[in-house]
Design a protein around this ligand. Structure first.
Ligand SMILES: Cc1ncc(COP(=O)(O)O)c(C=O)c1O
Length: 443
């Protein structure tokens, strides 16, 4: 079915309460996608829209991958569901092994969930279970960061440093403290990691000095903060956080929901920065976004400590979801990982990274552009706000769509994240359309 056959009326859009969307505004001027293939989407008016954010950073292999659809279809016919509690199916074990092969040692154990938000809740519970199993139950505090995004469940909102995402919801986890974020007005248009700012990691040391390091359970960090607009870690910052965690027995959690599976040109950000966390959360590109799935990976010590603390034959970790390791998601995940290897997609990002960054930097000097930040296939194009933070970004996202490019804005920052299969000409097309839309906003 192509766009011309899709019928809708304003009323027919009313029933769905849309997530993270201005519902009234959208329903007055909807933007529906009726087809997606490769790097392009087709809107309901028949327009071609290049996908400049890989959906929501989740379809790096491009849309409509036949191999994934076929694998899911075959799985659905062979075995459409299997309880993950006390039972299993081969696909879940195969995918866990495949994912573990991409992880730094000694992170070798993978727990499946259905989204990034569930991965964060699961990681919180794993930290609790680990400390409890070691008799270290006084570790009741969690550390996150200003401008952090860790999904939208109560765990993730408790760790949220994005104010709008939490101000409506006052009932969150207690005992969460926030380190400062790493963006600085002093390092605008800095290509690569900021050279200054490693000392911001000492916020964690201050919490240890203030509350006692032995009261802190875990620190949650997006190695590159994505949803807030691509904030890079200063040189030496992640290393310093790791050191403080080690000195105080605190678990380090890398939230790699966006950075995982090649977005920075390495399997995970952990390899890009050479810093190994204790726990890693992931989702999105695990299945190329085709079927919802997330995962949490842990070091051997965490898995062994929690499992060995219970008597034989007992459940060790009272946690899991009806759809943990769903056969369809595992089939999509295995097909996705196969394509990544067959097409050398992580290497492709590494090869084209500089081209992408240079293309983004061609926006420098535009009157509306306040800052540019980029690494791998992930960039933040921040524009000056128009007096009401976020208003210009919201408008630009809509205008850009009608100019034929989808890019997710957060506040006044466009998060440009091409698909790994994108050709250089596609990157040029995205940047040209962004420039045109910025020009129109000035006119
Ligand atoms: C770093 C990070 N953590 C968690 C999440 C939540 O993932 P989901 O939307 O799948 O729940 C996201 C989503 O963008 C994310 O970027």
């Amino acid at each position: 079915m192509d766009g011309s056959q899709i019928q809708y009326t304003a009323n027919s859009l009313e029933s769905q309460w849309m997530p993270f969307t201005g519902n009234r505004d959208f329903k007055a001027d909807p933007r529906l996608v009726v087809k997606s293939e490769g790097v392009y989407l087709t809107d309901h008016k028949g327009g071609q829209v290049i996908d400049g954010s890989s959906g929501l950073f989740c379809n790096p292999l491009g849309h409509g991958r036949r191999e994934i659809a076929d694998a899911v279809h075959a799985q659905m016919i062979a075995n459409d569901y299997c309880s993950p509690f006390g039972m299993g199916h081969p696909g879940a074990f195969a995918l866990a092994e495949r994912v573990a092969q991409r992880l730094p040692e000694p992170i070798n154990h993978v727990f499946f969930v259905n989204s990034g938000s569930e991965a964060i809740d699961t990681a919180l519970k794993m930290a609790m279970a680990y400390h409890r199993a070691r008799g270290d139950s006084q570790r009741v505090r969690y550390v996150s960061r200003e401008r952090a995004y860790h999904g939208v469940n109560i765990g993730g909102i408790s760790l949220s440093g994005m104010v709008k995402n939490r101000e409506t919801f006052p009932h969150v986890m207690p005992n969460v403290v926030m380190m400062r974020h790493t963006w600085s007005e002093d390092e605008l248009f800095n290509k690569g990691q900021p050279t200054k700012g490693a000392e911001l990691a000492d916020d964690l040391q201050r919490f240890c000095d203030t509350y006692g390091g032995t009261t802190i359970s875990a620190v949650f960090i997006e190695p590159v903060a994505g949803s807030t607009g691509t904030l890079l870690p200063p040189v030496g910052y992640l290393e310093r956080v790791r050191e403080i965690c080690d000195a105080n027995g605190i678990l380090l959690v890398f939230d790699e929901v966006i950075t995982g599976f090649g977005r920075l040109g390495t399997p995970f950000a952990a390899q890009k920065f050479g810093v190994t966390p204790d726990i890693m959360t992931m989702a999105k590109a695990l299945t190329n976004g085709a079927i919802p799935m997330g995962a949490v990976a842990v070091k051997d010590d965490i898995y062994e400590t929690v499992t060995n603390a219970s008597p034989e034959n007992a459940i060790e970790f009272f946690h899991g979801y009806t759809y943990s390791g769903h056969p369809a998601a595992c089939a999509a995940g295995l097909a996705t990982q196969q394509i990544i290897d067959d097409e050398g997609l992580f290497e492709r990002v590494a090869e084209n990274e500089q081209y992408f960054i240079d293309a983004i930097w061609s926006l420098k000097g535009h009157e509306l552009v306040k800052d540019l930040r980029a690494m791998g296939y992930m960039a933040g194009v921040e524009v000056h706000h128009d007096g009401a933070p976020g208003r210009r970004g919201t408008q630009l996202q809509k205008d850009l769509f009608w100019n034929g490019c989808h890019v997710k804005f957060t506040g006044d920052t466009a998060i440009v994240a091409p698909q790994f299969i994108a050709e250089r000409s596609h990157i040029d097309e995205m940047v040209d359309k962004i420039r045109k839309t910025l020009d129109q906003a000035l006119a």
